[in-house]
Write a protein that binds this ligand. Structure first.
Ligand SMILES: [Zn+2]
Length: 273
């Protein structure tokens, strides 16, 4: 994934000659972004901007570019400074340890995650790491391996991650409820719905919709059927929207607590199915 931004050293390594690069610049096929870096007309503007600033698109911005789930609230361009970037003072994200050289225009996911640990909140970082593991079907051990040396604050956050999470909202709800001391089961198998719910506290099933959910009539029908079947199986389903989780959490939590404070989530003699 080059995003149409090229390092001169890589062009040369792929057999291009200086003369060809000059011709491409003269013809307007390539333009110079900064010393040793070029872009063509299809280049991603965010990637070009990051390289122009003297670094690589990194951290939160790189995660978004790699289709990792990122919570709202990070509108700025996140740029990682290279080892030889002129100014380390302004506008660059800070990581752990010393700066690494920039050899690609966009940082890969493990490096971007490491930097994002400094720019994101804990729950947002956990949601992003869950998204990496789930979408790429890798375990926490494998992700840790790919990230290399992990400083202890990040290692603590890693322990709270769960590759089974199906959406960023599910990750955030799980993290928040566990922080409040709830015993939360992730992706429980529910016989009566013939599949898995997102989260479970006792017999309260919590389904967390991602932003794109319910775009199709089929999803709409499927969810109503699940809710009906879960009720028939003596479960209770609470469905949280993306907006409930990200922008209306206090009210959603109050409703969960209303159920649990009254003990209505307790599994009594007749086990739900
Ligand atoms: Zn950042």
């Amino acid at each position: 994934m080059d995003h149409h931004v090229y390092r001169r050293a890589d062009l040369l390594a792929h057999g291009y000659r200086d003369r060809q690069i000059r011709d491409a610049l003269d013809a307007g096929v390539l333009h110079r972004v900064r010393s040793g870096w070029y872009a063509d007309r299809s280049a991603d503007p965010e990637v070009v901007a990051a390289v122009r600033r003297g670094g690589a698109l990194g951290c939160v911005s790189a995660l978004s570019k790699h289709q990792v789930w990122v919570a709202p609230g990070y509108p700025d361009l996140h740029v990682r400074a290279g080892k030889y970037s002129r100014s380390m003072a302004d506008g660059f994200c800070s990581g752990f340890g010393g700066p690494l050289p920039v050899t690609k225009a966009v940082d890969d996911v493990p490096l971007a995650l490491m930097y994002a640990a400094r720019c994101m909140t804990r729950e947002h970082w956990i949601a992003a790491a869950d998204s990496v593991m789930n979408s790429r079907r890798i375990s926490a051990d494998e992700l840790r391996f790919r990230m290399g040396h992990i400083p202890s604050p990040v290692a603590d956050w890693m322990r709270a991650c769960d590759a089974r999470s199906q959406s960023g909202t599910e990750s955030i709800v799980r993290t928040r409820l566990r922080n409040r001391g709830f015993h939360v089961v992730v992706q429980p198998r529910i016989e009566s719905i013939g599949g898995y719910a997102d989260l479970r506290i006792g017999r309260l099933l919590i389904e967390c919709d991602s932003r794109l959910h319910h775009t199709s009539p089929e999803n709409y029908r499927k969810d109503r059927r699940r809710d009906r079947k879960s009720l028939a199986g003596r479960w209770m389903t609470m469905r949280l929207t993306y907006d409930d989780v990200l922008f209306g959490w206090d009210e959603a939590l109050a409703d969960i607590c209303t159920v649990t404070d009254a003990g209505r989530h307790r599994i009594r003699k007749v086990r739900p199915k």
